[in-house]
Each structure stands twice: as C-alpha cells, then as structure tokens.
Design a protein around this ligand. Sequence first.
Ligand SMILES: [Fe+2]
Ligand SMILES: [Fe+2]
Length: 321
Amino acid sequence: MQAGVQFDQLTEEEKHQHFMDRINRGEKIEADDWMPEDYRMSLIRLIAMHGISEIMGALPEKEWVPKAPSLHRKLAIMAKVQDEMGHGQLLLRVAEDLMAPLGKNREDIMQDLFAKRLKFHNVFHMEAPTWGDAGMIAWLVDGAAIISQSMMLDSSYGPYARALKRICAEEVFHAQHGESIILALAEGTPEQRKLLQDALNRWWPSLIMFFGPKSAKETGNSHADKNIMYKIRTKTNEELRQEFFTKYVPRIWALGLTIPDETIHFDEEQQLWIYKDVDWNEFKQIVSGNGPRSANRLDLRKRSYDNNAWVREALAAKKAI
Ligand SMILES: [Fe+2]
Ligand SMILES: [Fe+2]
C-alpha cells in the first residue's frame, strides 16, 4: 500500500492485492481484518465442517464408554470424548466470528447440520460394533486427523491456526490411547486378533475416503485449489493420503495384520503408494447423510440439542440483564 493512502480508499482490486501480499509474506489474517468474500466463505465451510465433525466424532466412541473393558480404558475413552466435544466448541467459536458479519451464528450451523446442509466427516457416519473399532478410530482416524490438521498449523487464518495448535496436541494423546488398545489386542488371544483384523477390514475404505477425493490440481483441472491458493492449507488430499500410507501401512504390517487391499505397495520409481481406489459415489452418499449410522447419530445430536435448549436460554437471559 502506498504511504499516505487509507485502506478504505483503495479499490476492491487493490484491497485484494494487499490481502494476497500479506498472505504471501506469511502474515496471519485476523477475524476483524478485511478479507475477500470467497476467503471468508472457504474458511466458514472448512471450519464449521471441522467443528461439527469433532462433535459428531465423539458419538461413535461415546457408545463405548459404558462398555469399555476396564476402568482404566473407560476413563481414557471418556476423557477423549470430552476432548473432542471441546475441540468442536473451540472451532465453532472460530466459525461464529467469521459468520457474524453475515448475520449468522452457531444456531445456523446446528440447523444446517440437522437439515443435512452441513456435512461431517465420512468416518463418523460408520458403525463401531466392537472394542476393536473403538481402538481403530482412536489409532487410525485420529492418526489421519493429525496428518490433515498438522498441515494447517501454519494456516493463513490466525484464529484457526491457534485453535489447531491446541487441538493437535490433544490428538496426539488420542492416537497413543488408540495405539495402546490396538497393541493389547494384537498381543492377545486369537479371538482378539480376529476382532482387530475385522475392525481393520471395516475401517480401511473409510480411511481412504477420509482425505477426500483427488483435488482439482491432481485431476488436471485448471481451477487451482482455492484453499491452497489462500494458504489455508498447504497440501492436496492425495498428498495427505500418501503421507498416511507412509506412516501407517508399515505399522499395520508390523502388527501382522492384513490390509484389505492386495494391490497396496510402495512404487519406488514413482515414489508413491499404489492402492485400490474406493467408490467415490459411496463417499458422496455417506457424507450426504445416508451412511449406516447417519440418521441415528443426527437424531441423537438433535435430541441432545433440544434437551439442552433451556441452558442456552438461561445463559442468553443472564447476558441480557
Ligand atoms: Fe479432535
Ligand atoms: Fe481426537
């Protein structure tokens, strides 16, 4: 910006250029700063979806709190469920600040969720029928979440980057809790090992889907990935999926488990993992609210939201005094 020129006097194009210069210098954008509308909308979409996924993600493991096999495991999984709800609250607060200039708030996010306008992660629409599934979620779903969230620790949007710093620190504990469940089962009886293998078979396609379909850049589409252009994120879906394979495939094999994909291997020449792709139409169906447990979990969340309306009303009344 030229010296002596007020920001308000700049044209929209100049404001945009000034904004991009800040991002390219590595500066953080704050909630009250000027930002292009599509940057704001991209952030709202991403952070509301992330926040709601944390809250909906607590539900499959919550089912295992009363059934955990020991007091120690019960305390650990209960603490994890509480952490996930806390992550959700933290992120929805960040999303709310972005939505305020549009006259929207958290109530709109919740209503969008109930009307299936706001999607949450595919993995949280799935069943968790055994203790092995509870272990898989904490080990591999949280492991996948750490990979995708860590790349945004340096996000151009300051409030999101700061929230992620705290969230990622807690996710590491979650993954360790999952690893501990998995190791105990892997070293257990043949029945326990079978329980673990069955859980891996169930979760593998969902884990491939977790990172989303290949992005525009990878499919040769000329439209640049907007979130990458705005430095909200730094890696594509496929790059993250490859990172997940590099970290976890050798660990899964080391436990003597079989990945339900006979084609998976690392191709030295391409320096890439080759794997069997999933049915992305099925992914679309699941995230649209047609997964095996979508209706049940949305219903549970809605009932809990309605039952707690009196708390929100009481707090709002207190604030108004
Ligand atoms: Fe979380
Ligand atoms: Fe977690």
